[in-house]
Design a protein. Structure first.
Length: 477
């Protein structure tokens, strides 16, 4: 079939598809013209079906480049622009990328690389059609354990994710999806795909600016926005006016919202859909509706149609309700595997089910509760401790903004929990510890507290516990 943008331009040529900056807009027809021109400029550089890497920021031209590569029928490798040159080099080599297209602000060394400006020097028409099962995009996992792996996302994956989301939160013809998350991350990339599938506009931001976005929400310049907990907290910090009736909802990723945040959103009449997903599921896989948020605190919701979830124990058997095990997912939005890595692909799947590496449970109503990453599990004196459980309790204190918990090596217990805490206001450590002891079993109590101004997060806004663990275990005893 033709590219989704070309199809959308034929269906809705004069509808606005992209807002950027103060007054810049493009219709779907204009977007298609921009993407077609770029496709013709890129075509002479294309020699195979291997990926083309993009090293870009949230600019309109980046949107056109993504759609241009779909027109040429080559997968796009989205490089995280916050990585080091060595990390870029690894991904380029591992993916066998045939070309890197980059913005001039980035210094990158590759066998075949071209800046966006240099692209303007040649032209040759070479527009092709693609099949739904073709690989559309490739994104490398954060590499919290071992080397990063390139997740292959097909057009089918993106289409299933988009339709599943639409069945869940609905969509309106005049929707404007606000994109203040990076395009190189699945949360940002999926917004572009939903735009051309639904026929709705994207309002693109170069970076997250809570005051600017707050003003746009108040003035009716956006109806849906994707956020993580830190972004939502910053929006709440500056909120002093009711949002415009045009605003419909927020999609929250990167972990469940603490109770105090859920309560504030309820009081402010901000509909927040909490979600669980990953690069391997082409964005959100489960969603918790605002109606269930208060009675199901900590839950990530139920699978989007037609996705499936099951919880599996260490023996490979299905867990009963409320019993923690590994989360397995299955459905049309799930990746077909890892690029050039058959071994990793084989070990990640079990009879069509993707083993997520996350642990959690399903309650008696079928709501998913994500406990933690298996790799983040703390084993203390033979007891399993899930950092997210402790973080949830700490974050529920009104003086706490957020928390991160990791395991510290201990001669007696093997590991003990350590809490990194970001405060909203002054709080005595003894008061916080007393608060925790009333709510958690003794073996789950943090043995150390570190108060800090911020926690390390990746481009997706997810807490990077690995950095905290490295820090605490390298401290002198």
């Amino acid at each position: 079939m033709k590219s989704w943008l070309e199809k959308r331009a034929a269906l809705s040529p004069d509808q606005i598809g992209l807002y950027a900056g103060n007054k810049n807009t493009w219709t779907f027809r204009e977007m298609n013209e921009e993407a077609t021109e770029l496709a013709e400029l890129i075509a002479p550089y294309i020699q195979s079906r291997e990926p083309v890497a993009l090293l870009i920021t949230n600019q309109p031209q980046s949107v056109f480049l993504i759609h241009a590569l779909q027109k040429i029928r080559v997968p796009v490798l989205m490089l995280n622009n916050r990585l080091s040159t060595k990390e870029w080099a690894y991904q380029l080599k591992d993916s066998r990328a045939q070309l890197v297209i980059f913005e001039d602000q980035f210094a990158i060394e590759a066998d075949r690389a071209v800046s966006i400006d240099v692209l303007r020097s040649s032209k040759q028409k070479n527009i092709e059609v693609f099949e739904q099962e073709d690989v559309c995009s490739i994104m490398y996992t954060s590499g919290t354990t071992g080397n990063p792996k390139g997740v292959m996302q097909t057009y089918d994956n993106h289409f299933a994710s988009a339709t599943g989301s639409a069945f869940n939160i609905g969509h309106q013809p005049d929707d404007i999806w606000m994109c203040a998350v990076p395009l190189f991350h699945i949360s940002g990339y999926s917004i572009l795909m939903r735009s051309v599938i639904y026929g709705i506009a994207v309002r693109l931001y170069e970076k997250f600016d809570e005051r600017r976005i707050h003003a746009d929400l108040v003035n009716g310049n956006g109806s849906v926005i994707s956020v993580v907990t830190t972004m939502l907290q910053r929006l709440l910090d500056v909120k002093n006016e009711r949002y415009h009736p045009f605003f419909r909802c927020m999609i929250l990723g990167g972990g469940p919202a603490p109770l105090h945040m859920v309560e504030r959103c309820h009081d402010e009449q901000i509909p927040v859909f909490q979600s669980y997903g990953m690069t391997e599921t082409a964005s959100q896989f489960t969603t918790l509706s605002p109606a269930d948020a208060r009675r199901k605190t900590g839950a990530s919701g139920k699978p989007l149609f037609p996705g499936e979830i099951k919880i599996v124990d260490e023996e490979g058997k299905n867990c009963a309700e409320n019993v923690i095990g590994e989360i397995f997912v299955k459905g049309p939005s799930v990746t077909k595997g890892y690029l050039n890595n058959q071994q990793a692909t084989a070990s990640a799947f079990d009879h069509g089910w993707l083993k997520t590496g996350d642990v959690g449970y399903l309650d008696d109503e079928g709501f998913l509760f994500v406990a933690d990453r298996r790799s983040d599990l703390i084993i203390s004196g033979g007891e399993n401790i899930y950092p997210a459980e402790i973080e949830s309790v700490i974050s529920s204190h009104p003086a706490v903004k957020e928390a991160g918990v990791v395991g510290k090596k201990d001669e007696q217990w093997g590991e003990v929990p350590v809490a990194y805490v970001v405060l909203l206001e002054e709080l005595d450590q003894e008061v916080l510890h007393s608060y925790i002891t009333e709510r958690l079993a003794r073996y789950k109590h943090p043995k150390l507290y570190r108060f800090t101004n911020e926690l390390p997060r990746n481009a997706a806004g997810k807490l990077v516990r690995r950095k905290l663990k490295e820090e605490i275990n390298h401290e002198s005893v």
